[in-house]
Design a protein around this ligand. Structure first.
Ligand code: NAP
Length: 291
């Protein structure tokens, strides 16, 4: 018997398996393409010939495959082996997919945790890796010691959909940031300003602007978006027109920034000109008229 079976040895699954080995755990691995298991075998991992053999090897099965369809396809071949075991699925997906996977595990007698990996493979096992978990509390309490080998573990609650919800929301924040950075670099680059010269100003500015976010959290939770406002929506909506006009006259595409203008205008039209930008969250939570 091993301590942990790792199903899927892509870039991420391989990093997970190495992190478990680094902590001295007995690890069994399986991958569709067996060659990816060789380096792990050289470090003492047992290589299973089938998914079923991997599942039967351990009480804790960690799956990290490309998408949920892949997980269903791979694990479906071994469903009879899951009874009494714990499945931790770290594949990226949606809350609905996670809940369906949790139901699948329950039907086959397994405890289930769904996880969201907030790290890239080289970070796994290091102090900056965060893994979010939702699902069986009992499974988390039993195995968090082993799972801590991957990074900081954060349990969110019994709903398996919570891990992908947090994961996707964190990614939404990240992609919003990246979109703004791409726009800024397109504008300055078009004017011949080297990205290396502009980047230090941009990173310092973004860091300073993060200071506003804790106040947004208070405003959103309290529903009061109008106390102590220093940069009201009406002012920002007017200034934003300049951002769009300057972008267009520089012959730079405004495709990333136009949706924000639309949202700001809707906020002003809804009577929120004196509120903070945080008031736009409520508009996003309602479908756009006609959508
Ligand atoms: N890499 C990252 O930075 C990162 C960060 C956070 C989360 N994630 C998530 O982690 C998961 C794995 O990512 P990764 O970077 O390891 O991807 P990857 O390197 O592309 O590996 C994909 C894995 O899925 C397996 N696979 C694909 N189709 C399959 C099928 N039909 N049947 C059986 N196995 C199949 C591959 O097997 P073969 O080796 O045989 O092709 C491989 O083990 C994804 O859900 C990803 O979103 C990745």
């Amino acid at each position: 018997m091993s301590d942990i079976a790792v199903i899927g040895l892509g870039a991420m699954g391989t990093a997970l398996a190495h992190a478990f080995l680094n902590k001295g755990h007995e690890v069994t691995v399986w991958n569709r393409s067996p060659a990816k298991a060789e380096a792990l075998a050289a470090r003492g991992a047992v290589v299973a010939k089938t998914v079923e053999e991997a599942v039967r090897s351990s009480p804790l099965i960690v799956a990290c495959l490309l998408v949920y369809d892949t997980v269903h396809e791979a694990l479906g071949a071994a469903e009879a082996a899951f009874s009494g075991r714990t499945l931790v699925n770290l594949t990226n997906g949606t809350p609905d997919q996670a809940r369906a996977m949790s139901d699948w595990a329950a039907r086959h007698g397994a405890n289930y945790l769904d996880g969201g990996i907030m790290a890239v493979p080289p970070m796994i096992g290091g102090q900056h890796a965060l893994i979010l978990y939702g699902g069986s509390r009992q499974a988390f309490e039993t195995y968090s010691g082993r799972l801590d080998a991957l990074g900081a573990s954060r349990y969110l609650g019994e709903d398996a959909g919570l891990a992908p919800l947090y994961d996707i929301s964190l990614l939404a924040g990240m992609y919003g940031l990246f979109a703004g950075v791409l726009q800024a670099l397109a504008l300055t680059g078009k004017a011949g300003i080297p990205a290396r010269e502009f980047m230090p100003l941009l990173t310092a500015w973004l860091e300073a602007m993060q200071g506003a976010l804790p106040k947004w959290a208070e405003q959103i939770d309290s529903g009061d978006h109008t106390s102590n406002v220093v940069s009201n929506l009406g002012m920002q909506a007017d200034a934003y027109v300049n951002l769009i006009d300057a972008t267009r006259s520089a012959a730079v595409s405004a495709e990333l920034v136009l949706p924000m203008q639309d949202l700001m205008r809707r906020g002003v039209a809804a009577g929120n000109a004196n509120a903070d930008l945080s008031s736009l969250v409520g508009l996003l939570q309602r479908p756009k008229p006609g959508a």
